[in-house]
Design a protein around this ligand. Structure first.
Ligand SMILES: [Mg+2]
Length: 400
């Protein structure tokens, strides 16, 4: 055993944040007009006084009701953890996943999850897992990427994730992204929000027209097209050289995704709504995905994303995590990219969320389309408590 005393967990807290977006930055998509960004910070505090932060989400999009997720963190999972050693992350993950059968699960090596083995419980578990890694790294004075055997890279390519404007203004929108971060890769939203296939294609054409020849352009349909529509979209956008086509069809139909990929001349990306290595196993084996997109705030945290990346690697798939969240989630993504060879690129949200740009003492600002990995203990971040106090909705004060 190490010479350090146990890192005893004193408290696990859920901190719901609701951050209004400025009136001139409220994009409209199939999720409606986004006038705010909601997310759940998770804070794990140890007896030694250290606090680790993580993030859990109740939606792949910007707006969500966080009540049940907060309850899962504080009422369901926190009682399992208080008094335990925060360094034993793998065992704590199993305890949160299996509940009373965790002992049997660990003894036999077989998973024995509770009924809610996808969704709220796993999102809550993932936020706590992230906070445990942050806490452990702080305790031993090392960045999480070192605890995972990295770095394999110290700067990570990012793509600008946004693109809601119509064909007449989308070029302007992407030019503003480039001016902000020097991006060379851009993603736009398409699909049911366009009202017609023609408009979706026109927006892709206008976006490509506004970019340099070597720039990458991606399209994300948010899982809203039929198989026939996705095939027609791919055929019509062939001249515009998409770098990937994300979530063409509804997330519950893996066979539909396979049908689309079978005819696609561009890579198909998916996975933001999947959870755990078991969900990703099915996604990969069905054969419908080239680029795997786990969201650590939904799929089971850093621990599970490492396993998913290994699974993807065994099938020669690359990983581009879904990071539509606050800067805490992005920080976790950076640590994963720094540690795992096949996490080759990260999503950089361009919705102007205050929780992305203003939550940390040192925000993540891209230069030349890359973000530097912080070489500081844990997730390498300092959460601004004044931001938390301003935007939290739970009526409490302080982290504890
Ligand atoms: Mg997406």
């Amino acid at each position: 055993m190490s010479g350090l005393p146990p890192l005893t967990i004193r408290a696990v807290r859920a901190i719901p944040l609701r951050c209004p977006l400025p009136p001139d930055r409220r994009p409209v998509s199939d999720f409606g007009r986004q006038d705010r960004f909601d997310t759940l910070l998770v804070a794990v505090t140890a007896e030694q006084g250290l606090t680790g932060f993580g993030e859990a989400k109740a939606s792949v999009g910007s707006m969500a009701d966080l009540e049940s997720l907060a309850a899962a963190v504080e009422k369901t999972l926190a009682p399992l953890l208080v008094g335990r050693d925060a360094r034993e992350i793998t065992g704590l993950w199993e305890l949160m996943y299996a509940g009373p059968r965790a002992g049997y699960a660990l003894r036999t090596g077989r998973p024995m999850p509770m009924a809610d083995r996808r969704g709220t419980r796993v999102a809550a578990l993932g936020g706590i897992d992230m906070a445990l890694w942050d806490l452990y790294g702080q305790y031993v004075g090392l960045p999480v990427f070192r605890l995972l055997g990295g770095p394999v890279r110290t700067r990570v390519p990012v793509y600008a994730s946004g693109g809601w404007a119509g064909p007449e203004r989308i070029g302007e929108e992407l030019a503003a992204y480039r001016a902000f971060g020097g991006f060379a890769a851009f993603k736009i939203r398409v699909g049911v929000m366009d009202g017609s296939l023609g408009r979706a294609v026109a927006r892709v054409a206008a976006a490509r027209d506004a970019l340099a020849p070597d720039d990458e352009l991606y399209a994300d349909a948010h899982g809203t097209m039929s198989v026939a529509e996705a095939k027609a979209f791919l055929a019509a956008t062939a001249p515009y050289r998409l770098g990937f086509f994300e979530e063409p069809t509804p997330v519950d139909d893996l066979e539909a995704l396979r049908e689309v990929r079978a005819v696609a001349a561009v890579p198909v990306a998916a996975g933001e709504s999947e959870a755990t290595r078991f969900g990703f196993r099915d996604l990969i084996l069905t054969g419908g995905v080239d680029i795997v997109q786990p969201d650590p705030a939904l799929c089971g945290g850093i621990t599970e994303t490492v396993r998913i990346a290994a699974l993807a690697g065994a099938h020669l798939r690359v990983v581009v995590p879904h990071l539509w969240g606050s800067a805490v989630l992005f920080a976790a993504g950076l640590q994963l990219a720094a540690a795992l060879p096949n996490v080759v690129r990260l999503e950089y949200p361009m919705a102007g969320h205050p929780a992305f740009h203003d939550l940390l003492e040192t925000p993540f600002v891209p230069e030349q389309g890359e973000v530097a990995v912080p070489d500081r203990p844990g997730l390498g971040i300092t959460v601004r408590e004044e931001f938390v106090e301003r935007f939290r909705t739970d009526g409490r004060r302080g982290i504890l």
